[in-house]
Design a binder for this molecule. Structure first.
Ligand code: UDP
Length: 251
């Protein structure tokens, strides 16, 4: 059997060369990391859940006309995506204060923000993904002004979509992070939502109880991460209603 070529291994995913040119296979690992990988664990079933949840969100986005890199899910842990050039920014959208924003500005977690706030961090693990402004992005040539106009509008569309989908199942979208990639069609480039959208990269709170249903469960030792992610998947109909704690997936 031919061995496929590994392109990159990150904290939560491995990327392999895809079957056709311009495609990549994204493999979702069970590894969980936090605080720039200072805290690590293996959470059985996390990769399977994130593969399914990311598929669900990416398909929903393309159904409302937001371009993504997603092509199709291949199996429990893998999905086929379009290869793209990732803009080296973490695009964060916040609806309620939490995490680093609460610390930085002294705003109590859970406080509703006057409007969605979009922030950019420069993707560099060695530097701890520092917060940057559009001045830095333009001056260092990480993205053009046209790119940034498109990034902002994509980020806000993703926010409206995810907020609505979550609200419908009793979950408040506190904040999330996305990554944006460039794809080339002949002489033209366009931007697509890339990487993943999952409870690893969102803050999700139950509307009634305030229960955390995201990676803060791992970051802050709040219980079982698999239970939290399974609950999100179950509410969205990605898992059967009677799902046990270990993910039993429907096709
Ligand atoms: N986030 C992420 N990857 C990162 C940093 C942040 O997915 O490397 C997500 C995080 O899960 C949260 C949002 O972006 O949903 C805002 O994170 P914040 O800046 O508050 O950072 P944290 O408190 O996690 O350090």
């Amino acid at each position: 059997m031919a061995r496929r070529k590994k392109i990159y291994e990150g904290k939560a995913k491995i990327l392999y060369e895809g079957p056709e040119p311009g495609t990549i296979v994204q493999y979702f690992k069970d590894d969980a990391t936090a605080f720039n990988a200072q805290k690590k664990d293996v959470i059985e079933g996390k990769g399977v859940l994130n593969n399914r949840l990311s598929e669900f969100f990416m398909l929903g986005l393309s159904q409302i006309g937001v371009p993504t890199h997603f092509i199709r899910r291949l199996n429990m842990r893998e999905q086929l995506v379009r290869s793209c050039e990732i803009i080296p920014l973490e695009v964060i959208v916040r609806n309620f204060a939490a995490g680093s924003l609460s610390k930085r500005l002294g705003i109590e977690e859970g406080t509703q923000l006057p409007r969605p706030i979009v922030e950019y961090c420069y993707k560099d693990d060695a530097l701890g993904d520092p917060l940057v402004t559009e001045e830095h992005i333009a001056a260092f040539g990480w993205a053009s002004q046209q790119d940034m106009d498109d990034v902002l509008s994509l980020a806000l569309r993703v926010n409206d979509f995810l907020s609505g989908v979550m609200l419908a199942v009793g979950i408040k979208l506190i904040d999330f992070k996305i990554e944006i990639g460039r794809v080339y069609d002949g002489d033209f480039q366009r931007l697509v939502v890339a990487d993943e959208i999952s409870p690893d990269s969102c803050r999700l709170w139950d509307i009634e109880t305030g229960r955390h249903l995201d990676k803060d469960v791992f970051r802050r030792d709040l219980g079982s991460l698999t239970d939290a992610y399974s609950e999100v998947a179950r509410r969205l109909g990605v898992l059967p209603q009677t799902a046990p704690t270990k993910p039993t997936l429907i096709n």
